[in-house]
Design a protein around this ligand. Structure first.
Ligand code: GDP
Ligand code: IMO
Ligand code: MG
Length: 428
């Protein structure tokens, strides 16, 4: 049994949390490797909903969890989430959770800048989650970021905050007309939480390496989705990290040889929160039905998710970029009552057929989806336990997806709870 990477294949919110929770049962370590608390991963266990933004979803199964160097961490949110999990009876002691000393911290000015930029952009905004993700990754790339290892050296930390705030305050006050931040207040706020966080901060890469040597099974939990990837997504309407499977190695602090199974989570239709092109978006009653039946509201910001049909151009792009070895189809039950279901097989752009996802946003905006229409199965699937029990028409829908993406479906999810899951083929 190898290690597993779970990634989102669309624009996030495919149901990664549910599947990571499920697969965690058979793994030892669960690791987040990119993104931050822009993520919202929902698990429903015994009817109770738990949403995690930062701490790996494996914590619910009480597996050892790691926040890798590639994640940007808001320490205040981390503490809040730890408290929330503790209130829910989950152990998040330093034995259960470790945070990389190389992970960058989201600072108060990152959040201010994120929100001020969005406001200034007006109708051209990206629709970020406002959590400071982009500005934090930006400082990492320009080598001005502040890492957890800095927090362990208070003098170094204070010096860094003072230096960077000199520049950030200029930007905040002169460019955005916002209030400046007081360096001493920021420094104190972080020093106040240093003691509680210190036992969690360590060299995650070393611990994972030790784990691999003693045959521990690793599960890498992706956040967002391939079409929100900074390089491969619908740029600039993307997040600021590499969401691709290859980054699971880099963002956790290991080599790619340890990534064995690459599982892509596919919602049975498509959703998107935030702005940006979405070729198969529905603006009609069917779109409304998907939104309502699927309870499509963002788990982080509560925004209504835009809905549309499944898009094979997107999925083929995802399969190639991530070397997917298996698919998990989620929310099949949401399609139960539809009379017909469409699959976009390719786009038509200025009269030409396009099978590969275009780089240009302007081209994408003008792409017309070309659909194949399949009949709906018009029966309830959420109570089914075996693949063979699925209506033949639903099986045909799934077979068509496999055929078009050229990756086998291993699991089908038919409800938010752990139990509403059909295992077609083992992923281990
Ligand atoms: P993630 O970000 O990929 O973990 O996904 P989210 O948690 O943001 O959104 C997925 C939503 O769909 C959550 O509310 C889940 O509880 C729910 N969900 C997951 N799988 C299924 C499913 O198979 N059927 C239904 N009806 N809901 C599901
Ligand atoms: P999970 O892990 C859906 C979207 C935002 C916005 C864009 C940039 O739950 O699937 P950011 O705050 O990252 O700079 O916002 O990315 N976005 C997500 N959409 N699911 C997510 O995570 C997302 N994380 C970011 O809505 O369009
Ligand atoms: Mg989500």
């Amino acid at each position: 049994m190898g290690n597993i990477v779970v990634i989102g294949t669309q624009w996030g919110d495919e149901g990664k949390g549910k599947i990571v929770d499920l697969l965690s049962e058979h793994t030892d370590y669960v690791i987040r490797f990119q993104g931050g608390n822009n993520a919202g991963h929902t698990m429903v266990v015994n009817g109770k909903e738990i949403i995690s933004h930062l701490i790996p979803s494996g914590i619910i199964q009480q597996k050892k969890c790691f926040i890798g160097n590639g994640v940007v961490v808001d320490p205040m949110v981390l503490l809040e989430e730890m408290n929330y999990l503790i209130e829910n009876g989950i152990n998040v002691s330093p034995d259960m959770l470790k945070v990389s000393d190389r992970a960058h911290m989201i600072m108060p000015y990152h959040k201010h800048i994120d929100m001020a930029r969005e406001t200034k952009k007006g109708k051209n905004k990206i629709g970020t989650t406002g959590r400071g993700i982009g500005p934090c990754y930006e400082d990492r790339a320009t080598r001005r970021g502040i890492r957890f290892c800095d927090l362990l050296e208070p003098d170094v930390f204070a010096q860094k905050v003072e230096t960077i705030l000199d520049e950030k305050n200029f930007y905040l006050t002169k460019y955005f007309n916002s209030d400046p931040l007081d360096p001493q207040e920021v420094i104190q706020q972080f020093l106040d939480i240093k003691e509680r966080l210190t036992p969690y901060i360590t060299d995650v890469s070393v611990m994972l390496h030790e784990g691999i040597k003693s045959d521990k099974k690793l599960l890498f939990e992706g956040a967002q989705g391939t079409h929100l990837d900074i390089e491969h997504g619908t740029y600039p309407f993307v997040t600021s990290s590499s969401t691709a499977s290859g980054n699971a190695a880099c963002g956790a602090g290991g080599g790619p040889i340890h990534l064995n199974e690459i599982i892509g989570i596919v919602k049975a239709y498509t959703t998107r929160v935030g702005a940006g092109p979405f070729p198969t978006e529905l603006f009609d009653e069917t779109g409304e039905t998907l939104q309502q039946t699927g309870s499509e509201f963002g788990a982080t910001t509560g925004r209504k998710r835009r809905c549309g049909w499944l898009d094979m151009v997107m999925l083929r792009h995802t399969a190639r970029l991530n070397s997917l070895t298996g698919l998990v189809i989620t929310k099949l039950d949401v399609l139960d009552d539809l009379d017909e279901i469409k699959i976009c097989t390719h786009y038509s752009y200025k009269g030409k057929d396009l099978y590969d996802f275009p780089a240009s946003i302007n081209v994408l905006k003008e792409c017309e989806p070309v659909y194949e229409t399949l009949p709906g199965w018009k029966s309830k699937t959420s109570n089914l336990l075996n693949f063979d029990q699925l209506p033949q028409i639903a099986q045909d829908y799934l077979a068509r997806i496999e055929q078009l993406v050229e990756v086998p479906i291993k699991i089908v999810s038919v409800g938010p709870g752990r139990e509403a899951t059909i295992i077609k083929e083992s992923v281990f």
